[in-house]
Design a protein around this ligand. Structure first.
Ligand code: NAD
Ligand code: DAO
Ligand code: ZN
Length: 371
């Protein structure tokens, strides 16, 4: 069948809206009609050409919500009409990784997902001339219809609004999960969050949920301050206004260093500062940001010898089919907020505006709503 998609034709070029062919779901696969998709920094990272694994042409988008329209052979956990959120980190519940308690990085379809194809090695998308178009992060939510493996879909309650809960497909879960699943922050902790964008604000929201006493937000963009305060930030630091080095300033502000620090910028110099302002003896620094191709992190090893830990997290350590429906419940029960962070709602044909707003630092999350 035909569907409408915003296609990334090459690095650095705007997405092109076009009709594409989409093949029906094969064994173990599900076709979803998307109702909404968020525009995340990671889509921009790939489109810009900074992503070392970026593939073209491809249908980007990994943060969405929609309805199951067709099932491939052998699909048992979903039915037509179910409301779902696509998962760029699937959960097969059978592989060595899924069975290990310390990771959420299901590997069952990793290799083909990384090549932009379905688990059988082929793409479901093509141009009207029959040229293949690749999938992206196994999701491709910038198309009105997409096909995913059954294990890459979280079934959610039917009363949750698509235009809000699509953000749980990446930003909300990544930020809150980094605090709760990865760092396991304790009540009364002091924390520093670098980068107050679509991820960092959700780290702040997670820290408030976890009962942190001090939540320091660090951002070069002064405009991010008000929203971060609304979500629980207690202190704001603009590095460009700090006299001298940022690290001693933050160590002093947190009375000896933070119990937990989070990088949500993707900048390797920031990652170093985040590690070094963690408390001597016990401070943990969590890398969330994805750095450009070829970038490396460094610090003096003595920073680790003296008790700081450096860790990383993908999708907030969440197991998507299990955890995403719970996070949707938290939103529906008023335990977490999403809507104030959705600063712009766009039509599919205006999707490139969402990228412009993100690059200009003028949006937190732009959401495309499919009519
Ligand atoms: P964003 O663009 O919305 O926010 C980034 C923020 O960092 C902005 O407010 C910007 O002003 C600030 N910033 C940039 N450089 C800074 C610096 N030197 N010092 C202080 N602040 C600085 O991006 P986002 O959507 O919040 O994503 C943040 C990072 O997280 C990206 O690298 C993204 O690729 C990554 N990410 C990781 C995962 C994961 O699972 N690990 C998931 C999603 C996104
Ligand atoms: O299992 O090897 C692996 C990789 C899983 C992908 C993790 C991606 C996390 C960061 C990308 C940003 C997400 C939007
Ligand atoms: Zn698995």
């Amino acid at each position: 069948m035909r569907t409408r998609a915003a296609v990334a034709v090459r690095a650095g070029a705007p997405l092109e809206l076009m009709d594409v062919e989409i093949g029906g779901p094969r064994a173990g696969e599900v076709m979803v009609e998307l109702k909404a998709t968020g525009i995340c920094h990671t889509d921009e990272f790939t489109l810009s050409g900074a992503d070392p694994e970026g593939l073209f042409p491809a249908i980007l988008g990994h943060e969405g919500a929609g309805v199951v329209v067709e099932l491939g052979e052998g699909v048992t956990s979903l039915a037509a009409g179910d409301h779902v959120i696509p998962l760029y980190t699937p959960e097969c519940r059978q592989c060595e990784y899924c069975l290990h308690p310390k990771t959420n990085l299901c590997q069952s379809i990793r290799e083909t997902q990384g090549r932009g194809v379905m688990p059988d090695g082929t793409s479901r998308f093509s141009t009207l001339d029959g040229d293949p178009i690749l999938h992206y992060m196994g999701c491709s939510t910038f198309a009105r219809h997409t096909v995913l493996p059954e294990i890459a879909l979280a079934k959610i309650r039917p009363d949750a609004p698509f235009a809000s809960v699509c953000y749980i497909g990446c930003g909300v879960t990544t930020g809150i999960g980094a605090v709760i699943n990865t760092a396991k922050v304790e009540i009364g902790s002091r924390a520093v969050v670098f980068g107050l964008g679509g991820i960092g604000l959700n780290v702040i929201q997670g820290l408030r949920l976890a009962g942190a006493d001090q939540i320091v937000g660090v951002d070069l963009n002064e405009d991010k301050r008000a929203m971060a305060e609304r979500f629980g930030m207690t202190d704001f630091v603009n590095p460009s206004e700090v006299d001298g080095d940022l690290v001693p300033y933050l160590v002093n502000l947190t009375k000896g260093g933070a119990d937990y620090t989070f990088d949500a910028t993707g900048n390797v110099e920031v990652m170093r500062a985040a590690l070094e302002c963690a408390h001597k003896g016990w401070g943990e620094s969590i890398v969330i940001g994805v750095a450009p191709a070829g970038a490396e992190i460094s610090t003096r090893p003595f920073q680790l010898v003296t008790g700081r830990s450096w860790r990383g997290t993908a999708f907030g350590g969440a197991r998507g089919r299990t955890d995403v429906p719970r996070i949707v419940d938290w939103y529906m029960d008023g335990k977490i907020e999403i809507d104030p962070m959705i600063t712009h709602t766009l039509r599919h044909e205006d999707i490139n505006e969402g990228f412009d707003l993100l690059r200009a630092g003028k949006s937190i999350r732009s959401v495309v709503v499919y009519d």
